[in-house]
Design a protein around this ligand. Structure first.
Ligand code: PHE
Length: 525
């Protein structure tokens, strides 16, 4: 139908160059006259389709037409009330006049009531005793004829007065209508072949493009998403946290060593060699190569000494020391291993040695000048990956990211640690903090950090912190009054909370959807 109409419009334009009024179109195989609103609506669809291809242009004209009400439609079929009343009566002098009661039972209450008055007025019926008879031998049911005309043309030749009367009788209602005048468009042709949507190599080589019709650009259409790179949510949150540290004057520590030795990951941190965290169940060890290079020898001696026999006011662990344990290579279980290496370098000038590592030097080489004993304060941070041999579940993977802040200065106290953490977490939008005493082999005191989670409506553990032990700091060569505080948080937890993710596997790993990564919004704490 749609195609036939389009063809009809094009053919009509071809022969008569314009269509002044679409109501005059002769639609083949359609019993409905083109003037009907339904036909005009179908024509409009065809016009729009041709217009989008610039084959035609058209103007819209509004009309007011009339349609029958259900009652009007009934009268077309059965005749008007007055005609039915007339038909139900005997001709005067030829039968028993019909009483009003009898008339009601013959034509129905409504018809008898409305019809009598109108039939009297037209002189069709008359009273005869207490009954009614026909006073005209023939009648013309103009109401029925008028309604029929309205039904087929939407209006009446006889004019507005009668239309108004029929409206008053609720037999017809007004309806807004449309019709159209049509002209040829820039791409006029009588062929409705589907326009091309793309200019192809084939069309260019064959020359078919010269005669093809092309579909108009739709500038309202949504584009195809571009497939450029996108930052993973973890990277976005990492960037935000990095900015918080930088705002607070912290410098980033180098953390490129994913593989560490037992010495730097545990021994230097005064973690006993028998500690369960060093078990195969908790830590991934390397098999090839399986052992590290030798650690700095003097420092190594001091570390093994404090473990076995104590010193710096400590009793030590008084347990046998294993050189093999110390040299085992492993995937670092925390970034504190990297912090220990940086602190060792920081203590270099205090040990009276020249620091040879340029990269570390620039990391810890802030504006604060070193004092006589070679120490200068430092505020440092890192955000990087760590590995634990854990059973994986919805919130744990065998690898994740740690965020770590470390501050070294003379005479720092626990209040400084809490103060730094309050500022740091406040910048992340977390103001409600609680601290709980905890244990770490390398810090004393140690504090677990809890935050009130507004969505979960409960306190959740968000990190771990403490003042590094003298058993860790003094063997490095840091002066006795230098205190180092530190705290660690995972990067995954705030990211999952931020993005409303409750299964870590949708954030990291092969089940992550690239679409989610690409459409994940930026994070602002
Ligand atoms: N390394 C600790 C952990 O893995 C975090 C921490 C960092 C604790 C610094 C104290 C000081 O949870």
């Amino acid at each position: 139908m749609a195609e036939t109409l389009q063809q009809l419009i094009l053919d009509t334009l071809e022969s008569s160059s314009t269509i002044k009024d679409t109501r005059t179109l002769v639609i083949p195989g359609q019993s409905d006259p083109a003037a009907s609103q339904d036909a005009q609506i179908a024509i409009l669809g065809a016009l729009n389709s041709l217009f989008s291809r610039e084959m035609i242009t058209y103007d819209t004209h509004e009309t007011l037409s009339h349609v029958l009400t259900p009652e009007g439609a009934q009268l077309v079929l059965e005749g008007s009330h007055e005609a039915r009343v007339w038909a139900a009566l005997p001709v005067k002098g030829e039968g028993t006049p019909v009483t009003p009661l009898e008339l009601k039972s013959r034509v129905g209450d409504e018809t008898a009531k409305v019809g009598q008055g109108r039939a009297f007025k037209s002189g069709w019926i008359a009273k005869e005793g207490s009954g009614l008879v026909k006073s005209a031998l023939t009648i013309t049911d103009t109401t029925q004829l008028d309604l029929r005309e309205v039904d087929s043309t939407g209006t009446l030749q006889s004019g507005e007065k009668v239309l108004a009367e029929l409206r008053k009788r609720k037999l017809i209602v007004q309806r807004k209508g449309q019709w159209f005048s049509v002209r040829k468009g820039a791409n006029f042709s009588t062929s409705t072949a589907k326009p091309e949507t793309d200019l192809t190599v084939d069309m260019l080589t064959s020359g078919a493009w010269k005669t093809s019709t092309f579909k108009k650009y739709n500038f309202e259409a949504e584009g195809i998403p571009t497939n450029g790179g996108a930052l993973h949510p973890l990277l976005k949150v990492r960037e935000e946290i990095r900015n918080i540290f930088l705002e607070m004057g912290f410098e980033e520590m180098p953390t490129s060593a994913f593989v560490e030795s037992g010495f730097w990951c545990f021994d230097a941190l005064f973690v006993p060699q028998q500690h369960p965290a060093r078990d195969l169940q908790d830590t991934f060890y390397l098999s090839d190569p399986s052992t590290s290079l030798e650690p700095p020898s003097d420092y190594y001696k001091r570390v093994s000494e404090v473990h076995q026999n104590g010193g710096y006011g400590s009793l030590g662990y008084r347990a046998p020391w294993s050189h093999e344990e110390s040299r085992k290579l492993l995937l670092r279980t925390h970034t504190t291993a990297s912090s220990a290496a940086v602190l060792y370098k920081l203590a270099g000038k205090c040990r009276g040695k020249k620091v040879d590592d340029e990269a570390l030097d620039s990391t810890t080489g802030g504006s604060l000048a070193a004092t006589d004993d070679g120490f200068r304060p430092a505020k440092m941070f890192s955000i990087d990956r760590v590995f634990r041999n854990e059973t994986m579940d919805a919130t744990h993977l065998a690898e994740f990211h740690q965020v770590e802040g470390v501050v070294a200065d003379r005479n720092l106290t626990l209040a400084d640690l809490i103060g730094f953490m309050r500022v740091f977490f406040k910048k992340m939008g977390i103001e409600n903090l609680r601290f709980k005493p905890a244990f770490n082999p390398y810090t004393e005191p140690s504090l677990e950090i809890f935050a009130f989670h507004p969505y979960l409506n409960k306190w959740v553990e968000i990190g771990n912190s403490g003042m590094f032990r003298p058993e860790m700091l003094e063997p490095m060569g840091l002066p006795k009054d230098v205190r180092v505080l530190g705290w660690g948080v995972s990067l995954e937890r705030p990211t999952m909370i931020r993005y409303g993710i409750n299964n870590i596997r949708t954030l990291v790993g092969h089940k992550t959807s690239i679409e989610n990564v690409e459409s994940s919004p930026a994070v602002r704490f």
